[in-house]
Ligand binder design. Structure first.
Ligand SMILES: Nc1ncnc2c1ncn2[C@@H]1O[C@H](COP(=O)(O)OP(=O)(O)O)[C@@H](O)[C@H]1O
Ligand SMILES: [Mg+2]
Length: 188
């Protein structure tokens, strides 16, 4: 009996696109705008947004260095499982420490799953002006402390796959840069 032809896979390979940057940099805005664009092309997309996923996955963790690292590691594990199974996973999460982002990258490398680090490089002055959640105002008023980029460290990526300057580029321009990156990597 002749062997039946192997099925042709027309699905896209999965990938994790991690959008790192300061609070109010535009990570969530860009992730959802990119998700909409990719879904229009019938891609399987998940957005693992920082606040929602932290509540679900890291209840009880705070904002110490160790807790922030544990949170990023957990999100990285979930992202890798989804991406390994063909989902394009968009992760708008601050992830302030270079070593924890590197650990997530290496975890992806272990299974040959593409990992793209995107630095949403909005200057802190612009973020503080946007102040979507009122965090910068609260920190300035002394109501909170440990705000990333103000009185808690943010280690900007040295060599990200892409850097987005949202203070000079529109959302549409940034989404175009993200889709161009995916295409360049053979992921779109
Ligand atoms: N060019 C731009 N790119 C992305 N966001 C922008 C831009 N210009 C203004 N914004 C606004 O900045 C805010 C960014 O908030 P958000 O996406 O929640 O940030 P983050 O998730 O990084 O904390 C939104 O209100 C968005 O509309
Ligand atoms: Mg956000």
């Amino acid at each position: 009996m002749a062997a039946s032809p192997s099925p042709v896979c027309t699905c896209w390979p999965g990938a994790t696109v991690w959008l790192t940057g300061l609070p109010s940099a535009g990570k969530t805005t860009l992730a959802y705008a990119l998700a909409e664009e990719l879904r229009r092309e019938h891609r399987r997309v998940e957005v693992l947004d920082g606040d929602e996923i932290r509540a679900a996955l890291s209840e009880g963790l705070g904002f110490s260095r160790a807790d922030r690292q544990a949170n990023v590691r957990r999100i990285g594990l979930v992202a890798e499982v989804l991406a390994r199974n063909g989902v394009t996973v968009l992760v708008p999460v601050i992830a302030p420490y270079a070593d924890s982002r590197q650990a997530v990258r290496e975890h992806h490398r272990g299974s040959g799953t593409p990992f793209l680090e995107v630095h949403v490089a909005t200057p802190v002055e612009v973020c503080a002006e946007r102040d979507v959640k009122g965090l910068y105002a609260k920190q300035a008023a002394g109501e909170i402390s440990g705000l990333t980029g103000v009185d808690d460290p943010y280690e900007a990526p040295q060599d990200p796959e892409l850097r987005l300057e949202t203070h000079t580029a529109t959302v549409e321009e940034s989404v175009a840069a993200l889709t161009a990156l995916l295409k360049e990597k053979g992921l779109a």
